[in-house]
Design a protein around this ligand. Structure first.
Ligand SMILES: [Cu+2]
Length: 339
């Protein structure tokens, strides 16, 4: 109902504007003025419109930017995420300052120097100093940003330290499976030729390291741990994306990719921070990989190491140990007792 009312109001406003313009045209005709000649009033009006456009435009930009804040990710839940966010913040501050200054000058000058019959443009052919200044300053600023950005990039893609906890993330159309390396922290070898219904990751059962590997349908991460994700795909290119951890890496069939990160905030803490009891971290596919791409997500739980250990020990092994055979019933044996 409210939408219908808004629509009716918009239509009425358009009709009123059209009528007012027509009345103005008729008034000009009656006064005998030639409206094809741009007069001083027109120029002043256009100049003033420049300022109105500037104020409305910047006002709308500020309003919509603040309004869109609710759609942004909450604070970063990983160590390297903090430096990525800072890099973005620095970029935004620079962009916004330059944008505001240039837009103000652009529209203010259009207003201030609108055409007047008596004024004449000042001929100003060249100024080398000015050109040097506006070339050198952007060069230094942009050069600084590139060096800063590369530094951050090298920092987040540096090799994982020895002993980092290995977790395999395996993507296929259209779900994820997780494999933990177990007590030895070595993921058993895998090969796509070994994939069966019972062995969806094609793990090699003859490899000793695979004996304690654990398979799971939920990704649990102990906070404070150093985690090295090993990423695989069975079919097409997927992209494992953990937005809250500022982590993303392609999963490419036929090769292993990896990403090292350190989670810092548990799910419980993030629920408190976002004041949302239903908040959950999520692993998404961020590469359009087929018709059901959008369904390709997995729940992620970040928790204290003790809780994580409890959870991981309750998960099933990739190759569950065969149940021990039931003990044979004791045979009644005649015993000879010496008198
Ligand atoms: Cu995918």
């Amino acid at each position: 109902m409210i939408n219908l009312l808004i629509f009716v109001v918009v239509v009425l406003v358009i009709i009123v504007v059209v009528r007012v313009v027509r009345v103005m045209e008729l008034a000009t005709e009656l006064s005998g003025e030639d409206d094809s000649i741009i007069n001083r009033k027109d120029n002043r009006f256009n100049g003033a419109m420049m300022i109105i456009f500037l104020v409305l435009g910047v006002g709308a930009m500020v309003y919509f930017t603040l309004d869109a804040k609710k759609y942004l990710l909450p604070l970063s839940a990983s160590k390297h995420g903090v430096i990525i966010d800072k890099l973005l913040d620095v970029n935004w501050v620079l962009l916004v300052v330059v944008f505001l200054v240039t837009q103000f000058l652009l529209f203010y000058y259009a207003f201030r120097y609108h055409h007047r019959k008596e004024s004449k443009a000042y001929f100003y052919p060249i100024n080398h100093t000015l050109e040097v200044v506006w070339t050198i300053i952007p060069t230094i600023v942009l050069g600084g940003m590139i060096v800063y950005g590369l530094n951050v990039w090298n920092n987040i893609t540096k090799p994982a330290p020895k002993g980092a906890m290995l977790i395999e993330i395996y993507g296929k159309q259209f779900d994820w499976t997780v494999r933990y390396a177990g007590a030895d922290n070595i993921l058993g070898k895998s090969n796509f030729r070994l994939i069966t219904d019972d062995n969806p990751l094609g793990v090699d059962s003859t490899d000793k390291a695979s004996k304690d590997d654990i398979i799971a349908k939920e990704l649990h991460l102990p906070v404070g741990a150093k985690i090295l994700l090993k990423l695989h795909s069975r079919d097409v290119i997927h992209s494992a994306y953990l937005p809250h951890f500022r982590t993303q890496m392609n999963c490419v069939p036929g090769m292993t990719t990896e990403f090292f990160f350190e989670p810092t905030i548990t799910t419980r803490q993030m629920r408190e921070y976002t004041k949302n009891d239903k908040f959950d971290y999520v692993l998404l596919c961020n590469k359009i990989c087929g018709v059901a791409h959008y369904t390709m997500k997995m729940n992620v739980v970040a928790e204290e190491p003790e809780q994580f250990n409890k959870w991981v020990t309750g998960q099933s092994l990739v190759f569950p140990k065969p149940a021990a055979p039931a003990p044979a019933p004791e045979k009644a044996t005649a015993s000879i007792t010496k008198p």
